[in-house]
Ligand binder design. Structure first.
Ligand code: ZN
Length: 501
């Protein structure tokens, strides 16, 4: 039995090495690669991914899983061994259900769609994309058919990013949240608009990079097992538990982009750096779901990084780094500026109160598309109507509307968005539990110390890697099911004061 288990782990480690090598090539593509390298790089990444897929779908993996689950069936659920068998079984079954030639067909179609999108978006030309999107929808529905009995067509997509959730559970959460968020957005909208012009002054790039590094180092991002590079669309990338990198984009005329983007990515990276070393080289050595991952980036970015206490500690150092734009600015003015709430057209630029409305719109529209209740031809109008209803804004063109996000134009339709809102909701529930266990956390944040908070997150979330589903992590860490109450309590405690509600 031990021999078979070792063989499985050896095979999984090889798959992991191939995947990590592909990840490293992708990281390089988006940070340092000269433009001329693009064609060969696409081929190289494709080769590694194909080899990894072949190794994962090898029948031998299936046989090993069958044998081992019989002999090791009575191991405790939470043990590393039982978790490895459980998660590998899930990945093996997902990978073997979808035929290889279908995967190639999707890859070819989505790469063509992405190329059309980059031009059509600039030209506001939805009509040019319509036939591509119609094909994407057709392929998405075919993908869903490989998972019969899974409920709605969007469910297999949700399984891939937020395993254990379903259209029904996500929709129920979203409805509940929307009913409370829309009135809050309207109440804030009736108040005088916050002034954030101090953030739009000139902030030299070198000083922004240095300050961002100083902040995330203090939060606990480990530069001995990580590094930061510049890119166009920031992300975090893991090659092993001991090499998790972050990327950032600096805008010299808007401080928030680089600063909060850096904190956000360090949250993703600290999660992956915090996974137990024993899980290295296995499918358990990463974050467990899109939602839990986003809960960590948003917790550090918003609940910590946009809190008043955090800036009571860091604002003097920020002023020292940027004497020209910030020398005459008070902490209070700065705190109000970084927490300005205003309806806007673009999801990635939205504040934390309106952000979820952007996500819900996308989730509801892709669910309607997959359920046959909405045609691609009617998508732009449906988008604009929902923007008007929820945020009181009508996009002046499709570039600032339906064409803004890469998700539907670089993959299949479905499951790409709910993780953002699940993450926001989880972030407040985790933070509330950490604070209940350690009431000293707010005072520590005010003093620039984050070890207690990071220690609680490591103990309850990070070290487990992908052993438990999102639902299990939430219940184990907080003693309760995922609920919107802690999130709404957080938003009200902060924004009722900021906007005199
Ligand atoms: Zn993120």
């Amino acid at each position: 039995m031990q021999k078979q288990f070792d063989e499985l782990k050896t095979r999984l480690a090889e798959i992991n090495d191939l995947t990590a090598a592909a990840e490293l090539l992708m990281w390089d593509e988006q940070t340092h690669m000269p433009p001329g390298g693009a064609e060969a790089r696409g081929r190289q990444i494709g080769t590694l991914q194909r080899l990894a897929h072949e190794k994962l779908t090898d029948e031998r993996i299936g046989h090993l899983l069958d044998d081992l689950s019989q002999t090791m069936g009575d191991l405790p659920y939470a043990s590393d061994e039982a978790s490895l068998l459980r998660v590998t079984r899930r990945e093996y079954e997902q990978a073997t259900r979808v035929p290889g030639d279908f995967v190639s067909q999707v890859a070819g179609h989505t790469s063509a769609t992405f190329n059309v999108w980059t031009k059509a978006r600039q030209a506001n030309d939805f009509a040019a994309l319509r036939p591509y999107l119609e094909k994407t929808l057709e392929l998405s529905l075919r993908f869903a058919e490989y998972f019969p009995g899974r409920g709605e067509a969007i469910d297999p997509f949700i399984d891939q990013s937020d395993y254990g959730m379903s259209a029904a559970t996500v929709a129920a959460l979203i409805e509940e949240l929307r009913a409370e968020l829309v009135p809050l957005v309207h109440a804030i909208g009736a108040q005088p608009l916050a002034d954030d012009q101090v953030l739009w002054r000139t902030y030299p790039e070198a000083a922004q990079l240095a300050f961002g590094e100083q902040v995330v180092r203090q939060l606990g991002y480990d530069f001995d097992r990580g590094r930061q590079d510049k890119t166009f669309h920031p992300f975090a990338a893991r090659f092993s538990i001991n090499d998790v990198r972050i990327t950032t984009r600096i805008n010299e005329n808007f401080l928030s982009e680089g600063l909060f983007g850096t904190i956000h990515e360090s949250g993703h990276a600290m999660y992956e750096q915090g996974v137990a070393q024993a899980l290295e080289g296995t499918p358990l050595a990463g974050g467990t779901s899109a939602g839990v991952h986003e809960s960590q980036s948003r917790l550090w970015e918003n609940l910590v990084g946009r809190s008043r206490g955090f800036w009571e500690h860091f604002f003097p150092a920020l002023q020292a780094s940027f004497p020209a734009p910030l020398g005459d600015v008070s902490l209070d003015t700065f705190y109000r500026a970084i927490n300005k709430v205003a309806p806007s057209l673009i999801r990635v630029e939205a504040d934390e109160v309106t952000y979820n409305l952007h996500v819900m719109l996308r989730f509801d529209l892709e669910r309607a598309l997959l359920n046959g209740q909405l045609a691609i031809a009617d998508l732009p109008a449906a988008w604009n109507a929902r923007m008007e209803a929820d945020l009181g804004l009508t996009p002046p063109n499709d570039r600032d509307g339906v064409l803004q996000d890469v998700h539907w134009f670089s993959g299949l339709i479905g499951g790409g968005f709910q993780g953002y809102t699940l993450g926001n909701v989880m972030s407040a529930q985790f933070f509330a539990s950490a604070q209940a266990a350690h009431p000293e956390i707010p005072a520590q944040i005010q003093a620039g110390s984050f070890d207690t908070l990071r220690g609680w997150l490591t103990e309850n979330i990070y070290r487990h890697g992908a052993k438990f589903t999102a639902d299990e992590v939430v219940r184990q860490a907080t003693g309760a099911r995922l609920a919107i109450a802690p999130y709404m309590a957080y938003l009200h405690s902060k924004y009722d004061a900021l906007y005199n509600l």
